[in-house]
Write a protein that binds this ligand. Structure first.
Ligand code: C5P
Length: 297
């Protein structure tokens, strides 16, 4: 017997970052959109906890107990007083260390799958609480759609969306560590007054209307200067996508994946072709959102 859960990637259409807090985290106003690139987590009974992974980036995924899928299984098992003897298999299509919440997706997926496999009966609220312990982006991987995250990004409010947004994503030749990007943000911010992060009313309205032009005019990512400082070549990828007809181009979350909002699927194909030919990135994918969060398949 096994259970498989499909979990989407995310792009941040707004990532407003406040000053570093005493606990080292940053207060955020984080507007997430789930997009149709998926990891699948399959869980089945085993003699001991085991993680395996397949996919183009599988060799970069840690298979030890630090893997978010393993940590999710352990967290749920501990709460139920049972042994986490389960085989977690990840079919990985979300880029690793890409700023698209691939690790978070695996954590949310493993949690939902183990809850079903073990008949553990955790409520939605309990699952969300475990997700928030696992990482700031994990609750969103569970709920999907579009949402505003405040606090570390883990306190979510669902957002209305009036249509589907079309995207192109360019994956870079190497990853960026999220803590390193936040540290660079702090370094660049030194000596400056950092305002409290707030969601942009124009951006929320653009999402609610399903208006890609208005959304393009309102997107922002406060981590982008830090990501570009650590990975300056990303500027060439952003330029290549803009020149090919994207409405806007931005770094996704802490990067280094770059995201290009386009008007329609036809333009997505055109921009994807241009990016593939630009020599400025490793792989290029198209995806639309919002899509549902973690779902048993
Ligand atoms: O919560 P998560 O483990 O995903 O965060 C990874 C790292 O990103 C944190 O250790 C911290 O360095 C940084 N971070 C932050 N502020 C946030 C979320 C993450 O500084 N709101």
């Amino acid at each position: 017997m096994s259970v498989t859960v499909r979990v989407p990637a995310k792009v941040n259409v707004q990532l407003a970052v406040g000053a570093a807090r005493p606990d080292g985290y940053h207060d955020l106003a984080n507007v997430f959109l789930a997009v149709g690139l998926y990891d699948e987590v399959t869980v089945s009974p085993a003699d001991e906890l085991r993680v395996t992974c397949e996919g183009p980036d599988a060799d970069q995924v840690p298979l030890d107990r630090g893997n978010l899928a393993a940590r999710a299984a352990i967290a749920l098992a501990e709460r139920r007083g049972i042994a986490p003897t389960v085989h977690l298999h990840i079919a990985k299509d979300i880029p690793v260390a890409g700023g698209m919440a691939g690790g978070s997706a695996d954590g949310a997926g493993a949690l939902l799958a183990c809850n079903a496999l073990w008949n553990a009966g955790a409520s939605r609220a309990e699952l969300l609480a475990i997700c928030a312990e696992l990482g700031s982006d994990v609750p969103f991987s569970l709920v999907g759609g579009a949402a505003l995250g405040i606090g570390r990004g883990e306190r979510l409010t669902a957002l209305e969306t009036g249509g589907t947004f079309h995207w192109v994503f360019a994956m870079a030749g190497r990853g960026l560590s999220t803590p390193a990007v936040f540290r660079e943000f702090d370094r660049l911010a030194e000596g400056r007054e950092i305002p409290g992060p707030v969601a942009s009313p124009d951006l929320l309205e653009a999402l609610a209307k399903g208006d890609p032009e208005a959304l393009a005019a309102a997107v922002s990512n406060d981590l982008q200067p830090a990501a570009l400082s650590l990975f300056p070549e990303l500027a060439d990828t952003l330029d290549a996508g803009r020149a090919a007809g994207a409405l806007t181009a931005l770094v996704s979350g802490s990067g280094p994946t770059t995201a290009f909002l386009v008007r329609d699927p036809g333009t997505a194909e055109k921009v994807a072709r241009a990016l593939r030919g630009s020599g400025t990135c490793r792989t290029v994918r198209t995806a639309a959102g919002p899509v549902a969060g973690a779902t048993v398949v």
